[in-house]
Design a protein around this ligand. Structure first.
Ligand SMILES: O=C(O)CCC(=O)C(=O)O
Ligand SMILES: [Mn+2]
Length: 200
């Protein structure tokens, strides 16, 4: 596994590193296929303005026992780590400088799948959450928007095998999203490794 030197994103009040090709292509291809085959994908639903809707993506939670918590009205009881998830986790931990105990997987089947503006600032992730975000498959645009400084926006193309590390005060000051796209894009998987500090 290679990690090379990361790019530092210039985010006021934020601290974000980006490794565009953290996993060599052959490893990324193999990991993508294994993750597609061995993950227990689910279609979650959430309530928006009193109406039940399907999330525009498939998801799965894995982690140490006891790292479950409630997220957007959904109870997340993690499944036990699979060998491929442990392989990815061990590869990214040295670059992130932490030991993760949970991961959320998102599967964007087409350009119509997305995740809306949010920050990962739930109290279970502690005061300054460190999130290691690994992408496999089709490239999608990851957008940042500052919560108060309205003109401050950034975008990163999350390529196959890339690692994005968000740390420090980033979640306090910035929102992020993966917008829908009308461009033809290959299926994409994203894994956000997290540290749950106050397990339920
Ligand atoms: O798919 C991505 O790159 C981002 C996913 C995300 O922000 C999340 O699950 O919290
Ligand atoms: Mn997020």
């Amino acid at each position: 596994m290679s990690s090379a030197t990361p790019q530092t994103l210039d985010l006021p009040d934020g601290d974000v590193l980006f490794f565009p090709a953290f996993f060599p292509e052959a490893d990324a291809d193999r990991l993508l296929q294994r993750l597609l085959d061995t993950t227990d994908w689910r279609q979650d639903r959430t309530t928006i303005y009193g109406r039940e809707v399907e999330l525009p993506r498939l998801t799965a939670w894995y982690g140490d026992a006891g790292t479950g918590y409630r997220y957007s009205g959904i109870d997340n009881v993690p499944l036990p780590w699979t060998p491929v998830l442990l392989e990815v986790k061990r590869a990214v931990e040295p670059a992130c400088g932490v030991a993760f105990n949970s991961v959320l997987l998102n599967r964007y089947r087409t350009g119509r799948d997305s995740v809306g503006w949010h920050s990962d600032d739930e109290p279970v992730f502690g005061a300054n959450p460190l999130i290691g975000s690994v992408s496999f498959g089709g490239t999608r645009t990851f957008q940042f928007r500052h919560k108060k400084l309205r003109t401050e926006r950034r975008a990163v193309e999350l390529t196959h095998g890339s690692l994005l590390v968000m740390r420090g005060a980033t979640q306090h000051h910035w929102l992020h999203q993966i917008p829908k796209t009308a461009k033809p894009v290959a299926e994409r998987l994203n894994l956000t490794f997290r540290v749950v500090v106050a397990p339920a």
